[in-house]
Design a protein around this ligand. Structure first.
Ligand code: IPD
Length: 265
């Protein structure tokens, strides 16, 4: 597992440096909306290519699932789940909450998760059974723990919204029911970073209708290894229908609120 973790860390760091270095300084200002989106798509693709090439050079038998490249089979039992830029709109606008997210699965179980958020100067890592950690740009490292003992009405809850109008309308309806029942809502713009914020105790919980496996595979393990629970409704695993994360004592009340709010409909 250590070799997978080291490869995930070094690869996420190389991709993050490339994305910072190659991001045109005036991206948000100088381009029209459609062409700036194209530039970001190009950066997304370049990042995923770099990640896959680097991992494949070290481990030619592994499989991949990437936001841009889809599924590629392998023979080793290891699959890499990659979001080459999570928080693309933040990247476009030069807001700091975007990340490179890399997870490694062995025989279908995520065992390693790495989220590099270079504009925050932060690297989040987790290996199954070995805890999760935040490494800052100055090299200092701290072990992560989710907040516990927080009641639902005192919970600071991160969420996110998809791109499709129909999905957003449903998300708004859920949010209408959640907002009066919690301390407040945060919309950071990167599901991977939101999950790391749960692990770091910067928010108490996260939920979203619509995130993909590449958005939450690495961050989900980082939450679990920080003592948190990650899942969907009624004992289901986290999925595109609904992904929730919180300390175990908050997860139940959040689950029931989202169930009542019809979040998975
Ligand atoms: C998006 C971000 C956002 C979440 C969306 C995702 P992308 O990922 O994680 O926070 O609300 O559901 O699609 O598109 O920037 O990789």
């Amino acid at each position: 597992m250590q070799d997978l973790l080291e490869l995930a860390i070094s690869t996420a760091e190389v991709a993050a440096v490339m994305l910072v270095d190659k991001r045109p300084a005036d991206l948000g200002v100088a381009y029209t909306k459609s062409s700036s989106t194209d530039v970001v798509t190009e950066m997304d693709k370049a990042s995923e290519r770099l990640i896959v090439d680097r991992i494949r050079a070290a481990r030619p038998g592994d499989a991949f699932l990437g936001e841009e490249g889809g599924e590629t089979g392998g023979s080793s039992g290891v699959r890499w789940i990659i979001d080459p830029i999570d928080g693309t709109v933040n990247y476009l606008y030069d807001l700091p909450d975007w990340a490179v997210s890399i997870a490694a699965e062995v025989d279908g179980e995520v065992v390693v998760g790495v989220v590099a958020a270079p504009a925050r100067g932060e690297l989040y890592t987790a290996a199954r059974g070995r805890g999760s950690h935040l490494v800052r740009a100055d090299g200092s490292t701290r072990r992560l723990r989710c907040n516990t003992g927080v009641s639902l009405d005192q919970a600071l809850v991160a969420t996110g919204f998809g791109y499709a109008a129909e999905r957003r309308a449903r998300q708004a309806e859920t949010l209408r029911q959640v907002l009066p029942r919690v301390r407040d809502i945060r919309r950071g713009g990167s599901a991977a970073v939101d999950l790391c914020s749960v692990a770091a105790g910067r928010v108490d919980a996260y939920y979203e209708q619509g995130p993909h496996l590449w958005d939450f595979a690495a961050g989900g393990l980082i939450v679990q290894e920080a003592g948190g629970s990650v899942g969907g409704l009624n004992g289901r695993p986290p999925s595109v229908d609904l992904t929730m994360a919180a300390a175990p004592d908050l997860f139940g009340p959040l689950h029931d609120l989202l169930d009542e709010a019809g979040a998975a409909n």
